[in-house]
Design a protein around this ligand. Sequence first.
Ligand SMILES: *[C@@H]1O[C@H](CO)[C@@H](O)[C@H](O)[C@H]1NC(C)=O
Ligand SMILES: *[C@@H]1O[C@H](CO)[C@@H](O)[C@H](O)[C@H]1NC(C)=O
Length: 180
Amino acid sequence: MRFTMFCISFLIFPLVFALKHEYSQTGYKFQIHHGIPEDFNPNLVADYTFGYNKYNRSTRAFNLGVRFLKKIDSVTVLMETAKFINNQFREFVPLNLMFNICAAMKSELFGIKTLLKYGNLTTCPFEKGYYVMRNFVVDDSLFLPNIPLGQYKFTLTFSTHEKLLIKYSFVAELKNRKYV
Ligand SMILES: *[C@@H]1O[C@H](CO)[C@@H](O)[C@H](O)[C@H]1NC(C)=O
Ligand SMILES: *[C@@H]1O[C@H](CO)[C@@H](O)[C@H](O)[C@H]1NC(C)=O
């Protein structure tokens, strides 16, 4: 099951990021409602802050601060997606994905470097120290076409060698741009 998901992720991830460059969908409005810091590993992480704050009058942006207490030489992120159906969030398999951030950075896959210009999480491995990501604005046009409209919860689990680093969720709504 894990392996299948891993394979699927390699199909979806390039697609999602390729979109930013080659396909700009304009049908959606993607509104993030709130973020939920779920968990972090105090043996590896300190001074952890993750916010979705006002950036200017009309836009909010992600801000991350994290201190790694040890050198981190590998980071895997698992994104799980749940869709709000009949008053509860249910797992929504087509949008689960998992990838290795260090590997993606090394090969500069999928324009990941663009993401990193917002701070100094730019080298992998990460030496022990404090890192920031500032004012990262999510681009609506990054989303796949043909995703069902509705409310979603995205959970990002960052791990290193199967050990939790940080787990964070955010709740967002995908609306038809025509009706926003
Ligand atoms: C707020 O920032 C976003 C992203 O940089 C920009 O697209 C938008 O025009 C800005 N809005 C205002 C009111 O300054
Ligand atoms: C990253 O940037 C922050 C904020 O500017 C700074 O405090 C920190 O020392 C930097 N970290 C590294 C490893 O350069």
